[in-house]
Write a protein that binds this ligand. Structure first.
Ligand code: TNX
Length: 768
């Protein structure tokens, strides 16, 4: 723990020294994200008139002063003169590099604003820059003649050293200007690492002068999948799509990032996700091709073949990459590399024999180790996705843990550095809202609050092992993100929640405080014309059994505390005249509940609408033989009879998920009931490892002990993508109904996630 005593004494000295009185009260009223370590508010404010000057104590701070000036000019229409002086001045904004601050922590700064002057002192140049970002967030979010800054004192420093965001520019390409804008957003939230995913199956995006065909062939695909991966039939457009960054553009972007104290980690994918390069150089594959640049998503069988000419190619590529990027890390990918081609390749098998490699995982490890050794001659360290653990980690390699925390834990235990980026908390390509009007996304559900609750340190690590957790990163894969405006929408504000996780002290983290500040911060995002998501204003819901009565009960809630909810149950639009929501709404029959959040006269966010399809099973007791996976278990067995069918995206409250296991659910109907059909709603999305069940069987019973099989359907009788699987029984009377949905088992080769257990996702059983 950083020395709190130092912090407190620092501020006490300031309080005594200053003529103004600082107080803690107004804390959440400042729209600051991430929350500073210590903030004490004062009285009065500092007016930035054109007469004010910026004073710096060295040439380096001059650059940061220039950055602040550029912001003033762009948003308020004037800039200030900059002076280099040995000491602070009154009626000035003083940006000083001051090693005193290093006692607070790396990259610390303190900022004292009074009506006399602004004093910003950073322990490092980055510290000064972070203080400037704090000032920018405190400035008025609108064009005013005289911008003012409130009197405050702030002591601040980051919790983690890797505060990152990733952007995939292969699946969709974003211009140099947009990449710079993205970097600006990282800077606004005091993030310091930009992981630039430059190559993948669907496009190679970095100019490599030695290999012209990477620009001519690999940078363009002849069409793109329409809709979602796995949709049947598959549809493609025939539009040539692509682009790449020239080395000059890359240098410009690196300089842009450097000015913002952001390190770029370039990623060159290998040995998998390399189809775009193989389309131009098929001789680097095991089969020799020919190949086309990928037009669809997922995982491709053809990967780099571990031949000498492949290593020569990759080393030449990496030599150019190393020259362009000054940071110490190069990301070499390493994820999702199918081994089928290597298994049937004589060269690979001979190489394995020669090197004494037991299996293809060890061959992948051999591949990565050769690249690691090469990059170390260039003074670089490698980082790769957690698959690089399989078959043995290369020396000194850092691991990016994406398939949950396990890879990160294992790497830290092996004394390797780790960046946490588990899908469940860090994948910003997942849906952030359950609203049906959300743009198409890959799947999953990662609302703002879940990002905010993420803790990068896995519990199981010892204090020593924890030192290897450098921090975390949000990933933005762009299969379903074709425009930069949608990049903004998916990334913000989830990026700001992650920034707070990574910067602010763990004991300061408070979601309510965060949302208060975020609502204030939205004004700045509006001012900057950022297309951020307003899912924060969505009404959330949870369905409960209707205690003591038939049917279910709907609870509505909002993260926005300043509003009230009105609702209807007759299909009409909710207005201020509709019933006021005061507590759970009983739902006794099939209906649609609509609701909206009002702040005074105005609606906030989108209207809520939920259809309930009630049947004999609704609200009844459900017994599950095996519990669902903890990620998809929130509502327990009741989820299957809550009257809500088919809500997408799937998530913990509407869907139950079984990884590799069967669903075995028994519904107690309370009394013997006569019915003619039983249905189960299931999901199929192979890109997310979700498969239709291998079979569905219905059994009935009068005593809940001995069950009579009634009907069974097999996968072969189901249609691809089929949702509701209905088993028609003829008139049947029973008190208990059992449904067994058999998991599809292990994902077959050639499919995303091959070799892993399939998911079975279901959200409702209907007895009618
Ligand atoms: C898995 S995360 C991938 C990417 C996809 C992403 C989609 C990782 C290392 N590989 O190729 O774009 O899922 O969420």
């Amino acid at each position: 723990m950083k020395s709190r005593i130092t912090l407190i004494s620092f501020s006490l000295i300031l309080i005594v020294m200053s003529s103004e009185v600082f107080s803690q009260e107004k804390k959440d009223t400042y729209p600051l994200i991430p929350q500073p370590v210590l903030l004490v508010s004062g009285n009065g404010n500092f007016k930035i008139t054109p007469e004010v000057s910026i004073v710096v104590n060295d040439v380096m701070s001059r650059k940061d002063a220039g950055f602040f000036n550029a912001y003033l000019l762009e948003h308020y229409g004037f800039q200030l003169k900059i002076e280099v002086l040995g000491k602070e001045k009154k009626q000035a904004i003083n940006f000083f590099r001051d090693s005193m601050n290093n006692k607070l922590g790396p990259d610390a700064y303190n900022l004292t604003i009074t009506s006399d002057k602004i004093s910003l002192r950073g322990g490092t140049q980055a510290g000064v820059f972070y203080g400037i970002q704090t000032m920018i967030q405190l400035l008025p979010a609108g064009k005013v003649a005289v911008p003012i800054l409130p009197a405050v004192h702030i002591d601040d420093y980051p919790r983690f050293s890797w505060r990152g965001m990733h952007l995939d520019v292969s699946r969709h390409f974003f211009s140099k200007e947009f990449v710079k804008k993205y970097i600006d957003y990282l800077a606004m939230y005091k993030m310091n690492t930009f992981h630039w995913h430059l190559t993948d199956d669907q496009g190679w995006r970095i100019e490599i002068r030695k290999y012209q065909k990477l620009q001519e062939i690999s940078a363009f695909r002849k069409g793109t999948l329409i809709g979602h991966y796995g949709e049947i039939p598959e549809r493609y457009d025939t539009i040539k799509y692509g682009g790449f960054y020239t080395q000059n553009e890359i240098r410009e972007i690196v300089a842009h990032a450097t000015q913002r104290h952001i390190t770029i980690v370039p990623e060159i994918e290998m040995p998998g996700h390399g189809l775009a390069a193989l389309a131009a150089y098929p001789e680097l594959s095991c089969t020799g091709g020919p190949f086309e640049v990928g037009k669809t998503w997922g995982v491709f069988q053809d990967v780099f073949c571990p031949k000498e000419e492949t290593f020569e190619f990759l080393e030449n590529v990496l030599t150019e990459v190393c020259d362009l990027f000054p940071g110490k890390y190069i990301h070499i990918g390493g994820d999702e590399c199918p081994k089928d081609r290597w298994k049937s390749c004589a060269h690979c098998q001979a190489l394995m024999k020669k090197e004494g490699l037991k299996n293809e995982h060890e061959l992948q490890s051999y591949f990565v180790q050769r690249i690691q050794k090469f990059l170390s001659t260039k003074g670089k360290k490698i980082i790769g996705w957690d698959e690089i653990l399989e078959g043995g980690l290369a020396q000194d390699a850092a691991v990016m843990s994406w398939r949950g925390n396990a890879g990160g834990i294992e790497a830290a235990k092996q004394n390797h550095d780790v960046v946490m980026t588990p899908t469940g908390s860090c994948y910003f390509d997942y849906y952030q809202s359950k609203d049906s009007k959300e743009p198409l996304a890959i799947g999953g559900y990662l609302p703002l609050e879940k990002v905010y609750q993420f803790e990068p340190y896995p519990d199981v690590l010892t204090a020593d092992e924890r030192k290897h957790i450098l921090g975390a990163q949000g990933n933005l894969w762009t299969e379903y993100i074709p425009t930069f405006s949608q990049v903004e929408y998916m990334a913000i504000p989830r990026m700001s929640a992650l920034a707070e996780v990574l910067w602010s002290p763990a004991d300061k983290r408070n979601y309510t405080s965060f949302t208060h500040r975020l609502i204030g911060h939205f004004k700045l995002l509006d001012f900057l014309k950022v297309n951020y998501s307003k899912a924060l204003f969505d009404l959330n819901y949870f369905v409960y059994p209707n205690s003591g009565s038939e049917g279910v009960a709907l609870e509505l809630m909002s993260a926005y505390e300043g509003g009230i909810i009105h609702y209807t149950d007759d299909g009409s639009e909710p207005s201020l005249h509709s019933p006021l929501y005061k507590g759970r709404i009983p739902v006794g029959q099939s209906t649609v509940i609509k609701a909206a959040l009002f702040d005074g006269q105005f609606k906030r966010g989108r209207d809520f609408s939920q259809m309930f399809k009630l049947n004999f099973a609704s609200g009844k007791e459900v017994l599950l033989k095996e519990p669902p996976h903890e990620e998809y278990s929130r509502g327990g067995g009741f989820t299957l009879v809550n009257g809500v069918t088919g809500n997408l995206p799937w998530n913990g409250s509407d869907w139950l998920g079984f990884s590799g296991k069967n669903l075995d659910a028994t519904i107690d109907l309370g009394n013997p009931v006569t019915f003619t059909k039983v249905s189960i709603d299931v999901l199929q999305d192979e890109s997310s490892w979700i498969y239709l069940p291998a079979s569905v069987e219905v059994l009935v019973s009068d005593d809940g002990v001995s069950f009579k099989p009634m009907k069974k359907v097999l996968a072969a009788e189901m249609k691809p993508g089929q949702r509701l699987i209905t088993l028609t029984l003829g008139r049947t009377t029973a008190k208990f109904v059992k449904v067994i949905a058999e998991n599809a088992g292990i994902i077959p080769s050639g499919k995303p996630g091959e070799g892993n257990p399939a998911w079975l996702l279901t959200d409702e059983i209907l007895v009618e």
